[in-house]
Write a protein that binds this ligand. Structure first.
Ligand code: ADP
Ligand code: ZN
Ligand code: ZN
Length: 748
């Protein structure tokens, strides 16, 4: 038999199959999806590849496969998925296969790969009668040896470390016993369990409200009828979406099948996981999350692979977990931008979910309080079934939302970042011993440093991006490449000393708050304070349990957390996300403001939200005051239609980057011409824009150009793009990286 193999490599030219023969003795072990090692070209070391097809004969003289990895092969449907993705996302098949391997094993470097964790265990080779016999006959005399053996007889097969500790003997004693054939050592895998030490009281399922029940029933019917339908569970935070998920998962579990629940990386908090453990127990749950160690993730992966875990909770890549009896896919906070990968392969997990749901004939449930424009549009035209939860499940009322015009504050002589209204509310909250969250989507101290005389802004010399000032370290930092430099007291261009540290970040805000409310206890959460493994959890727990009055943070504070004592949420600068150069600016602003507002008053206390802005008339700000997604949607969808933006059109961004500017421009022009020709010859319905420098035209010394295309992203255009890329490859322009991104989250 012949195996078609794809090498584990991101090199474009290796994105094809190679034939190898399967030696007779490996025939049982090699299937489609096996990971194998082969001689490749003149390379001495064996190279790794994946079997993507098996056939009778080859037209070439095929060399034999040398070795096969027995433990972690993936299955044939995954290979099919990888091929589908490679074509759709313009990358190598092996790039996609890597997503499906056990965590920490994608690298070609065998020494660095994650493995099982094993411990040395001890087992007794004699019965207790035999041992007692030997003791009587003085064959065994050492007190310590006898103690260890007797202990082992009662507790056979324990780790040698435990045996040493519990029977109080040294390693040398055990070695002697091994030599005399009383015991033997062996290695055994142990699970690295991220839930260890967790004590969670179990929690019973709730009686669903009428709306929840209707939603549940719709999805249940589709599960029972083995239908591939899609649902949008649309409900404000606290409307009981999670309870619906829990009960659907229970249903799927009772059928012996596995559910996947995707959550944004940032909201996969211990609180979320705890709710699932409380309902189902930790044995059946696997979590896949970047905060776990590679070893832990590796073990979670096998817990799914061997069928023990029936509920998989994770960030976007959890969709590639080795599940063979998939019964349901849930995508919570489905509007979240983290569901789209910004690295090769640049996949959107919703596309992949749709593909899988079709293969398995199962439903997908999208959940959100502020659905993606695209998802909601599909719901309005009937492609997705809309399930609505209109009330908060525990009868908590929606918060009061106030908008403060910061231009007027300035006119009234208030130059601080806290408006009078917010000041009064924080003060009142402190008196009432209630908690406050202040949200500002900028870390650090101030956004940039500006010369008031000539307008000079300090920028990173590698990236052409404004540098951010971090006051604690007194440094200017580039958030793109990590470049750091010391601030200078004068303008490098005009030598003026009139330098303004303008804007504000979380760190500066915390200082300001500490000055205005010296007795208030504050805590800050942003990427600079959240870095260690658990400190995200630590900060939230501290805020919850240690009488901290004010939590100040970026985006991170917005999602999924549940703080019963928070009654006031302040948005310091709502305009931050409006000024981005992106067609989704309004959508993002509306989403963030609605989510932030959802943090206030989740239980019996009525919540207050204060939104500070310089654009009080902006529609997304106005609609978030009304908490009315539908109104926002109706306005925004008209703009999208007019300007031919998604969901009416897909945006394809072809990016070119290199340190060599001439090569970048040449590549971009080549692709442009090649596509233009196809448009004319093949009558492709696309709008092709001329190559231009990207908004950030230099990152890490690489010059960046781009081409934008608007079209319906279908098989025809996939094919045309793949051919143009192939032609470019044959031109052999050196050192230019080309990426194609479909509806990218980041347009910069
Ligand atoms: P969401 O996921 O939409 O934010 P949750 O499922 O977290 O909403 O529900 C919010 C709160 O309401 C939780 O404390 C939950 O326990 C409670 N809750 C949800 N459904 C019910 C129900 N049917 N009866 C009583 N309480 C409920
Ligand atoms: Zn100047
Ligand atoms: Zn930089």
């Amino acid at each position: 038999m012949i195996a078609e193999i794809i090498m584990n490599s991101s090199v474009k030219n290796l994105d094809r199959t190679f034939d190898y023969s399967i030696p007779f003795e490996l025939e049982d072990k090699i299937t489609i999806g096996s990971r194998v090692f082969v001689k490749f070209g003149n390379i001495k070391k064996l190279k790794e590849g994946f079997v993507v097809n098996i056939k009778e004969k080859s037209e070439f003289e095929a060399k034999p496969i040398s070795k096969v990895e027995e433990r972690d092969f993936i299955d044939e449907p995954k290979i099919k998925l990888a091929k589908w993705m490679a074509k759709r996302y313009f990358c190598n098949v092996s790039d996609c296969i890597k997503l499906m391997l056990p965590p920490g094993t994608g690298t070609n470097n065998l020494e660095n790969r994650a493995k099982e964790k094993t411990l040395r265990f001890v087992r007794c080779l004699k019965t207790s009668e035999e041992i007692e016999f030997d003791i009587e006959n003085k064959k065994l005399k050492s007190e310590k040896q006898i103690r260890a053996l007797r202990f082992l007889c009662n507790n056979n097969e324990i780790s040698s470390k435990d045996l040493e500790e519990l029977s109080d003997v040294s390693t040398a004693i055990l070695k002697t016993l091994e030599k005399n054939r009383y015991i033997e050592f062996y290695e055994q895998a142990v699970e690295r369990n991220p839930f260890m030490h967790k004590v969670i009281t179990s929690n019973q399922k709730l009686v669903l409200t009428e709306e929840q029940q209707a939603a549940y029933k719709a999805v249940e019917d589709s599960i029972d009828d083995i239908m591939n339908s899609e649902f949008l569970l649309f409900g404000v935070t606290g409307s009981g979406k999670t309870e619906v998920y829990l009960q659907l998962i229970e249903k799927v579990l009772s059928m012996g099948k596995t559910s996947v629940m995707l959550v944004p990386e940032i909201s996969l908090t211990p609180q979320t996981v705890d709710r699932f453990i409380a309902r189902f127990g930790q044995k059946k749950i696997a979590i896949l999350h970047s905060k776990l160690s590679v070893g832990e993730r590796y073990d979670q992966w096998y817990k799914i692979k061997n069928g023990e875990a029936k509920i998989v909770i994770g960030a976007r890549s959890a969709i590639f977990a080795p599940i063979n009896d998939l019964g349901l896919i849930i995508i919570d906070e489905e509007h979240d931008s983290s569901y789209k990968s910004e690295m090769t392969p640049r996949y959107n997990v919703k596309d992949v979910s749709r593909y899988l749901a079709k293969e398995y004939s199962i439903p997908i449930v999208y959940g959100s309080a502020t659905p993606d424009m695209d998802t909601y549009y599909k719901a309005t035209i009937g492609e997705i079934e809309l399930l609505e939860l209109t009330k908060r499940a525990n009868n908590a009322s929606l918060p009061n939302i106030n908008i403060v015009d910061m231009r007027r504050e300035l006119a009234n002589g208030n130059r601080s970042s806290i408006s009078m209204k917010l000041y009064d509310n924080i003060k009142q909250n402190l008196q009432d011993k209630k908690q406050t969250i202040l949200f500002l989507n900028r870390r650090g101290y101030s956004t940039f440093i500006l010369c008031r005389d000539c307008g000079y802004v300090a920028k990173c010399k590698h990236c052409n991006i404004a540098l951010t000032y971090h006051s604690k370290e007194n440094k200017l930092k580039c958030h793109y490449c990590g470049y750091e430099t010391l601030p200078v007291g004068y303008c490098p261009d005009c030598k003026s000393k009139n330098i303004q540290y303008s804007g504000s970040g979380t760190q500066k805000l915390e200082e300001e708050i500490n000055k205005i409310f010296p007795s208030a206890k504050t805590i800050r959460m942003d990427v600079d304070t959240v870095s260690k493994k658990n400190s995200h959890e630590d900060i939230l727990n501290k805020f919850k349990n240690e009488n901290i009055d004010i939590l100040i943070g970026t985006q991170m504070v917005v999602k999924g957390h549940h703080f019963p004592n928070v009654t006031l949420v302040g948005v310091i600068f709502a305009d931050g996300s409006l000024n981005i150069e992106d067609y989704r600016a309004n959508e993002r602003t509306f989403q963030i403001l609605t989510q932030v507002a959802g943090r206030a008053g989740r239980e019996n206390n009525k919540g207050n939200v204060i939104i500070q802005t310089y654009n009080p008339d902006n529609l997304s700000i106005e609609f978030s005051k009304k908490q009315d997604f539908k109104l926002f949607y109706q306005t925004e969808i008209m703009i999208r239609k007019q300007l031919k933006y998604p969901p009416f059109c897909d945006i394809i961004l072809i990016g070119f980057s290199s340190e060599n500017e001439i090569n970048v421009i040449e590549s971009a022009k080549f692709i442009y011409m090649s596509l233009k020709e196809k448009i004319i010859k093949e009558k492709l319905k696309i709008i092709l824009y001329k190559p231009v420098p990207a908004p950030i035209d230099k990152i890490k010394n690489k010059i960046r150009w781009r081409i934008i295309i608007k079209c319906k992203f279908d098989d025809e255009i996939i094919d045309a793009l793949n051919r143009s890329i192939e032609e470019l490859k044959n031109k052999n322009i050196k050192n230019v990286k080309t990426v194609i991104d479909i509806n990218p989250t980041n347009m910069m």
